[in-house]
Design a binder for this molecule. Sequence first.
Ligand SMILES: Cc1cc2nc3c(=O)[nH]c(=O)nc-3n(C[C@H](O)[C@H](O)[C@H](O)COP(=O)(O)OP(=O)(O)OC[C@H]3O[C@@H](n4cnc5c(N)ncnc54)[C@H](O)[C@@H]3O)c2cc1C
Length: 501
Amino acid sequence: MSDSTKIFETKFLVLGSGMGGMAAGSLLARDGLKPVVLEAAHVPGGCSSSYKRKGYIFESGATTLIGFDEKQPLWKLEKELGIDLPKKELLPSMAVHIDGEPIIRYKDRDEWIKEAGRVFGNPEQQRKFWKEAFKVADVVWGASGKNVFFPPRKPHEWLRMAVNNNPVHLPVLRHAFRSVQSTMKSYKVDTPKFRRFIDEQLMITAQAKSPETPFLFGAPAITYTNYRNFYVNGGLLEMVRVLENYLTERGGEVKCRRKVVSVEALSGTGYRVKTANGEEYLAEHVISNIPSWNLKDMTDPWMRTWFKKQSDRFSEAWGAITMGVVTSDEYADDLPLHHQLHLPEGKTVPFTNSESVFVSMSMRGDHTRAPEGKRVLNVSTHANTKTWFEMNGSYDQNKAAAEEFILDHLNKTLPGFSESEFVLAHTATPVTWQNWVYRKEGRVGGIPQQMSRSLLDWTPAETPFKGFWLCGDTVYPGQGIPAVTLSGINVYYRIKHDLNF
Ligand SMILES: Cc1cc2nc3c(=O)[nH]c(=O)nc-3n(C[C@H](O)[C@H](O)[C@H](O)COP(=O)(O)OP(=O)(O)OC[C@H]3O[C@@H](n4cnc5c(N)ncnc54)[C@H](O)[C@@H]3O)c2cc1C
């Protein structure tokens, strides 16, 4: 230890200020436990944050915000903290564009079923399929909120599960062993056009396609537009700032520009956490919101073996190519803010195997993000991370090719884009993402929800290391703002139970 090392002591230390860490930290702050949050970046929020460039505000990753319906994770967080997070409801939630045909994802369930019947034919079977999807999704949302100790490990956790859950819902569990595709087949809706639609919709939240995704997770994924969907004025960072203020007003701290470089278990209890700027934190409890893939490179040898095992088991995950684009505002008044633009059949974005592009626009009138007459567009598509890390000399050229392809696709398929004047664009690849949110190999969006992984096989919030806890999108229940918020709520409840406060 050098003379200049600053040492801080705290009972609760949160590593990373994504929505997982911020949810856990805010709840601890609510209880007067004054957590300290260490964040490597200069602002909090990670993949649900915002950044400013050339006077415009872009979203860092996430753009669509759900989870505020009754009993859902952000609803629960608001209720527990007694706050209202800033948000404006969007109607309709999204438009999907396949071969020039817009498909409107109405929130109203009956309206959506009618739209699905119109577009994909076989309206009666479509109705039955979607009714089943809504039923399963509602049960999954209800059950996930009630089972804070999931996946259960200890006898009392199994017992709580048995007591907390309605046996009437048990048959839904069979959908953990049935893929979305086989459910589509059994409802006689598995046409090539519908499969193409469902596969790309699944990629948004489940990160896997219909043959690999269990219907249990697939149902909430394909129906997410049928729950209330929100926009945050000024960008998602504004939502995170509310949590940051809540936490700091109660004596906690969110310390940015504190990149954690090592975590060491102390011989008695607690942990020593070192940051790149030469600080040391001694904490009894550490809640890590840093992906488990990263933890194996920063934990001491004793802990590393376990984290290596966890991350090796689930090392397949997507990266993203994202673009921030600004244009003049020639878009129709009733144009939805979110669009999934399918590529022509058989085509993929260069140097990815992605078959669609997702676009989210700033709301007209949100002048914190763009001045009158301009709109900001966040564009994203899935990318294989390894491909981008192994390009060496051709990286810049390949990045330019992907960017050109995406802009051309927007020109051809996003209504109003070609009529609007192009102002600027910048592109991020998995390489950029690794430097940006410090996620190993730029893997974002958590672990794909595949059949190959049993429901009980998720990395739990509690580790074998006493006082070292996990949350975030590499931990149950996975990726997306509602899921990581739930992981933060769950880890708080585990700690509360363990410490009996
Ligand atoms: C392009 C894209 C689009 C998406 N779209 C949506 C969407 O529309 N809706 C939705 O719900 N979800 C979306 N997601 C997924 C969602 O954003 C993430 O699953 C979620 O935000 C992850 O939250 P987290 O708390 O697990 O991790 P993160 O947000 O990654 O937070 C982890 C934090 O830890 C920090 N950190 C990492 N290493 C260190 C270190 N060594 N020291 C200190 N701090 C560190 C990071 O800087 C980061 O702030 C999208 C993701 C991407 C990438």
